[in-house]
Design a protein around this ligand. Structure first.
Ligand code: XUL
Ligand code: CO
Length: 439
């Protein structure tokens, strides 16, 4: 690769070494990109992506302490640092062996004093990104606009009470869509971090929701106008930074999209750490979005369910990854979405190699989840038990309910003829012990 400088010295392409011991964390033991499972290569089931903001812009600062992660690419002017960062990132993607990356407009290129200057910065950096993409074959899984960090967005972007700010957000998204087209992004994400409220007393909820829907309609129209082929995704999160965010969870977003007639144009990007913040189990929103045919992509990370905030940890739990991959296989894959590691190394994980160790561990956790889910589905015991549990809907009164032709009068007639139903055990513990067999 024609980069000016090697940032990850002493680390070469991460190999697949299935017999490596527990001490060896710089190789894959489960992830074998080319191996075919259920007719598809592992890399095509998993479609891993590295996120730019945590892994290349993260500093380790938190509200209680300053920077702990000092990266060698942060040198020179903001534009020089941005160029170094991009070169370092592509070196990382290539050595790790992932085919996709994701970024916000403002982490790829610094914001200027005017919209025009910000756009020029983006033009320069995306020229370099395009060159590096062509050299390495690494592609953009998704682009997103940062509509939450700048002070102008403190009261929201698309839902701001001031239409001047909404217009700025629209202008920024227009450029974001142009960038998505230029780089061949497969998806475009909207995360509404400040689309919500802190106090209901100063907020007109109905107006804000309508403005947000109209904003999305503008994005759909511009996407069609420029012939951009990517999938639009909304990423739910219940709170943080707002006290309440409109895109609370999968079902809230699905309801919103259907209400405003936007459901043909969007799918969901589910982040399990957001799901657990909404009070659900890890896999809940993945299952719900998939049930409605709206699971588009996954920001694969994890939180600490005992905490009330977004910790964006690397996902390492194989029970969770098995449940996720079972849902992904059952819906036929995630393409054009993927598994994007919206995760950051801890601020105490200060070595450069920790970035590799974190991604390798998480990729292996998902590869193992994939292998587990494939066995579970191929052996068919659990899916067969679930099918059997619902078998009364295959005929008679059940079939009429299934097809939607039954009436309450039919139900009454059925009960008068058949009396009390027999109690059937739910057998939860049996399902749980069988599931554990595959972990
Ligand atoms: C914030 C979050 C974002 C989105 C993209 O919690 O997940 O990084 O994924 O803006
Ligand atoms: Co995310």
């Amino acid at each position: 690769m024609a980069t000016e400088k090697e940032y990850f010295k002493g680390i070469s392409k991460i190999p697949y070494l299935p017999s490596a011991g527990p001490h060896d964390v710089m190789c894959f033991k489960q992830y074998n990109a080319e191996e075919v499972l259920l007719g598809r290569k592992m890399e095509d089931w998993l479609r891993f992506s590295v996120c730019y903001w945590h892994s290349f812009c993260g500093t380790g600062a938190d509200p209680f302490g300053s920077q702990t992660l000092h990266r060698p690419w942060n040198q020179g002017t903001p534009m020089e640092s941005a160029r170094n960062r991009l070169n370092a990132a592509f070196e990382f993607f290539t050595k790790l062996g992932v085919k996709y990356y994701t970024f916000h407009d403002r982490d790829m290129a610094p914001e200027g004093a005017t919209l025009e200057e910000s756009n020029r910065n983006l033009d320069q950096l995306t020229d370099l990104a395009l060159q590096l993409q062509a050299q390495t074959g690494v592609q953009v899984l998704w682009v997103t606009c940062n509509l939450f960090a700048h002070p102008r967005y403190m009261n929201g972007a698309a839902t701001n009470p001031d239409s001047h700010v909404v217009a700025y957000a629209g202008a920024q998204v227009k450029k974001g869509l142009d960038i998505a087209k230029k780089l061949g992004a497969e998806n475009f994400v909207f995360w509404g971090g400040r689309e919500g409220f802190y106090s209901i007393l100063n907020t007109d909820v109905a107006a804000e929701l309508k403005h947000m829907a109209n904003f999305f309609k503008m994005a759909v129209r511009y996407k069609e106008k420029i012939g951009l082929k990517c999938q639009f995704l909304i990423e739910p999160k219940p709170k943080e930074p707002c006290k309440h965010q409109y895109d609370y969870d999968a079902m809230s977003v699905i309801g919103f999209l259907k209400h405003y007639g936007l459901d043909d144009h969007f799918k969901l990007n589910i982040e399990p750490n957001h799901t657990t913040l909404a009070g659900h189990s890890y896999e809940h929103d993945i299952i719900m979005a998939s049930a409605f045919g709206m699971l588009g992509s996954v920001d694969s990370n994890t939180g600490s369910p005992d905490l009330g905030w977004d910790t964006d940890q690397f996902p390492m739990d194989t029970k969770s990854t098995t449940l996720v991959m079972k849902a992904v296989i059952e819906q036929g894959g995630l393409q054009p979405g993927g598994l994007n590691f919206d995760a950051k190394v801890r601020r105490e994980s200060t070595d450069l190699e920790d970035l590799f160790i974190a991604h390798i561990g998480a990729m292996d956790a998902f590869a193992r989840g994939l292998r587990n889910a494939v066995r579970l589905i191929e052996e068919g015991l659990l899916p067969g038990m679930v099918k059997e549990r619902y078998s009364s809907f295959n005929q008679g009164i059940g079939l009429k309910v299934e097809e939607g032709s039954a009436t309450l009068e039919d139900m009454e007639a059925f009960i008068k003829q058949n009396g009390e139903p027999k109690v059937a055990s739910g057998k939860q513990e049996k399902y749980e012990s069988i599931f554990n067999h595959y972990i």
